[in-house]
Design a protein around this ligand. Structure first.
Ligand code: TLP
Length: 344
């Protein structure tokens, strides 16, 4: 069988036999009745990991963000975020549709917005103005090429929010990558936010599922929103078991994905006509294809003909994401194919 190296996203991993066994053997109950022991165990484990009181298992990262936004806000509120964040760009305008709220996107640096930058955008109380209610940040930052949001800036944002009576939501879809790449714990990062989300279906390699953690009041509200948004699941322990397995077995290997991404970054750097856009901090490489060399479409076709799947995130700009189904031989293959591109 020809080699397929799927670098489109870290969401493409397939559960292996051990994870499937854990899923098959999971104790289950009806989670809408609050009866599923595996879901309860996962929620408790994640609340403890984040240093929060409560946590809620949800089907996707998008739902984790959306139930958190719904928990924090009322119709007409405003949320400050970075212009390239997932919530603003890739959640189908759900904040407006589901919660009736408005986003106020600021121009971050590789996805990082600062407290200093946010401060003037906090609205004064005035009958004409929306109420600023929440600051949303993303760590690691997807469109910032897996950029780790610096902890000291998160702490400054936390302080600013508290001074103004605002809340902070952390979209930590890939927070496990930030933890793996730094000596900062889940709890330290989560302490800067009132709610924190994380996905099991990205670098951790589970097929489905995300978590959102926070105070018991916020999680109670998020729980109600999950039902409203159609995310109440029944024997969800089968999925929670995959997340448990991922936490036990895949957290500690994320640094391998970072090493693999770093190798790909170096290959990009030595290929004529390709220009890396950001440094490689975790498991993503974003680079530009020089149109005078080859169109991005042609470049993607050459890769695909050679079994390397990837995708343009903007015209001419390509993202490669490493994960547990990409190994050292796969990177060698990427190197060989890039060498032929260079020669053609
Ligand atoms: N990101 C996906 C796509 O939606 C772009 C990807 O391939 O990277 N927060 C962040 C930071 C994310 O990157 C994503 C998914 C989500 C939330 C949403 O997660 P899902 O796809 O589970 O709804």
């Amino acid at each position: 069988m020809p080699r397929i190296v799927d670098l489109r996203s870290d969401t493409v991993t397939r559960p292996g036999p051990e994870m499937r066994r854990a899923m098959a053997e999971a104790d289950v109950g009806d989670d809408v009745f609050g009866d599923d022991p595996t879901v309860i165990a996962l929620q408790e484990r994640m609340a403890t990991l984040f240093g929060k009181v409560a946590a809620l298992f949800v089907p996707s990262g998008t739902m984790a963000n959306q139930v958190a936004l719904a928990a924090h806000t009322q119709r007409g509120d405003e949320v400050i975020c970075d212009r390239n964040c997932h919530i603003f760009n890739f959640e189908v305008a759900a904040p407006a549709v589901l919660s009736g709220i408005q986003l106020n996107p600021l121009d971050g640096e590789q996805g990082v917005i600062t407290a200093e930058q946010i401060a003037p955008h906090i609205r004064p109380k005035n009958v004409h103005l929306p109420n600023t209610r929440l600051i949303a940040i993303e760590n690691t930052h997807n469109r910032g090429a897996g950029k780790i949001f610096p902890l000291d800036e998160m702490q400054r944002i936390r302080e600013l929010a508290s001074e103004h009576g605002l809340s902070v939501h952390l979209d930590g879809a890939r927070l496990a990558n930030a933890v793996a790449a730094s000596d900062i714990s889940f709890e330290q990062y989560a302490s800067c936010a009132d709610t924190v989300s994380m996905c099991f279906s990205k670098g951790l390699g589970a097929p489905v599922g995300s978590i959102v953690a926070g105070t018991s009041e916020l999680i109670k509200r998020a729980h109600k929103a999950r039902k409203l948004f159609g995310g109440g699941m029944r024997q969800a322990g089968i999925l929670a078991a995959a997340a448990m397995y991922a936490l036990d077995n895949h957290l500690s290997r994320l640094t391998e994905d970072h090493r693999t991404a770093s190798r790909i970054g170096k290959l990009i750097d030595t290929t004529d006509g390709l220009e890396r856009v950001f440094s490689v901090e975790t498991n993503m490489v974003i680079f530009r294809v020089d149109e005078s060399f080859m169109s991005a479409g042609e470049f993607l076709s050459v890769l695909e003909e050679n079994g390397i799947l990837t995708a343009a995130i903007r015209p001419g700009v390509i993202r490669m994401v490493t994960h547990l189904d990409v190994n050292a031989d796969d990177v060698d293959h990427v190197g060989e194919v890039l060498a032929t591109v260079k020669a053609s």
